[in-house]
Design a protein around this ligand. Structure first.
Ligand code: HEM
Length: 416
């Protein structure tokens, strides 16, 4: 499906894959396309992919925070988007057992509660020295090169190494982790081919088996890692079973990989496109916290999230029937001129950088504090080491994965 073009231009007429990263114009000119959508059809009924697509900041924000909305695909209409991306066709509901990300209450709260402490800002802060060491090690390996692919050399390995350490799994399998998690997120393609589906299935199963073996070994000698904590919770009778521990590990490994890679890649790309902002950051490293928030707003790694009503609701005067997927465009919300002055300007000193990039409400991204810390350390160290970083000799290549936005490759020149 890569490189497909939508039948019509922006605004009215654009629908289906034209509202996903499979479409070239959407990928390459995302914010113009979303501006046109927001102006012409802000509560868009996408009949091709069975969803309602929201682009206004206030609608997106309200839907994400609405506790009356759900996510479990088993309650969706047969043709709804969430069934496509979770691979739960009507009639196959009994074979689906959701991880936290697609679980409704009370399971969602139970599962999230088991790991929320490990991901709170204070706990994550204890990872700082290790993240700094990992970033420095990757940057050391880049020394002596004039040009490199920032994704392969830096943005991709860093989050994989960090989450592997948190889970307490051996780093020598990191190429496998990367491959498995890259394959598993391909599930977010609503029109994945049969070949891709079997790749997703094979990598998902390989990853699950890896964690089953890991958990069995860890049971014999518990440590201070997250897998050991989950085993303890199970043994203390906190209502968790072995397969749920496996699902939790695979979710954590996949949810934090592509996303954090893309935050680093998109953020560095924005700096390279705006040399005055890069110079500002190089001169004043204390701006890094605000700069990362602006990077999240300006070019969000996750472009849309979703919810599901169990009863008919009305959004912006448009009725949405029970069981219909609602896609909230985080990227469109973050560029809504009704909320942000000069929304397409990249300004690392922007006064109000609040954004929807981590979703919201009770389902807001669990890994947000970790992603923020990783990106702050990674980009601060990169800019300190290579303040003259610039565009490489070849252009970057955007990834074609719906709901995500990042680079497959981002060649950079390391020195002027
Ligand atoms: C820049 C990096 C990241 C971005 C942009 C991001 C974005 C998101 C978004 C948009 C959601 C859905 C929220 C909603 O619908 O309200 C989400 C959920 C989630 N994220 Fe992240 N994420 C990132 C990194 C991470 C990391 C590092 C981890 C963990 C290792 C993680 C774990 C999760 C989990 C477990 C959920 C499900 C939460 C729930 O359903 O309660 N994410 N993330």
């Amino acid at each position: 499906m890569a490189g497909q073009k939508a039948e019509a231009g922006g605004g009215q007429g654009r629908t289906g894959i034209g509202l996903t990263a499979l479409d070239e114009e959407y990928r390459e000119d995302l914010y113009r396309v979303l501006d046109e959508m927001r102006a012409a059809d802000p509560v868009h009924r996408d009949r091709e992919l069975g969803r309602v697509f929201l682009t206004r900041h206030d609608d997106v924000r309200a839907v994400l925070r609405d506790k009356g909305l759900h996510v479990d695909p088993r309650h969706a209409l047969p043709d709804s988007y969430v069934r496509l991306i979770t691979g739960v066709p009507a009639g196959s509901e009994d074979q689906f057992s959701p991880s936290m990300i697609f679980a409704d209450e009370p399971d969602h709260k139970r599962l999230r509660g088991l790991v929320s402490q490990a991901f709170n800002p204070r706990a994550v802060e204890t990872m700082r020295p290790r993240i700094e060491a990992i970033a420095a090690e990757l940057l050391d390996a880049m020394e002596g090169r004039d040009e490199t692919d920032l994704i392969a050399a830096f943005a991709a390995p860093l989050p994989t190494m960090v989450i592997a350490e948190m889970l307490g799994v051996p780093l020598d399998r990191r190429d496998d982790f990367k491959r498995w998690s890259d394959d598993v997120v391909l599930g977010f393609d609503p029109v994945a081919s049969a070949e891709t589906k079997s790749r997703i299935q094979a990598s998902g199963e390989a990853m699950r088996q890896f964690f089953r073996d890991m958990i069995a070994a860890r049971r014999k000698a518990l440590g201070t890692d997250l897998i050991s904590d989950l085993i303890r919770a199970e043994e203390e009778g906190k209502g968790l079973d072995n397969e749920e521990i496996v699902s939790m590990c695979t979710l954590l490994l996949t949810a934090g990989n592509v996303t954090t890679t893309d935050l680093i890649g998109n953020g560095v790309n924005a700096l390279i496109e705006h040399p005055a902002e890069l110079a500002k950051l190089a001169a004043n490293p204390a701006l890094i916290g605000n700069a990362i928030e602006e990077m999240l707003r300006y070019d969000s790694p996750v472009t849309d999230s979703g919810r599901l009503p169990h009863q008919e609701i009305v959004i912006g005067g448009c009725p949405v029937e029970a069981g219909r997927s609602i896609s909230t465009s985080l990227a469109a919300a973050n560029h809504d001129p009704a909320v942000y002055p000069d929304p397409h300007k990249f300004d690392i000193e922007r006064a109000d950088t609040h954004h929807q990039s981590f979703g919201g409400g009770t389902r807001m991204c669990l890994g947000a504090p970790l992603a923020r810390l990783e990106a702050q350390i990674a980009i601060a160290q990169l800019v300190a080491r290579f303040p003259g970083i610039g565009r490489g000799s070849k252009p970057g290549k955007r990834r074609h994965l719906p709901s995500f936005r990042g680079f497959e490759t981002l060649p950079v020149r390391l020195r002027q």
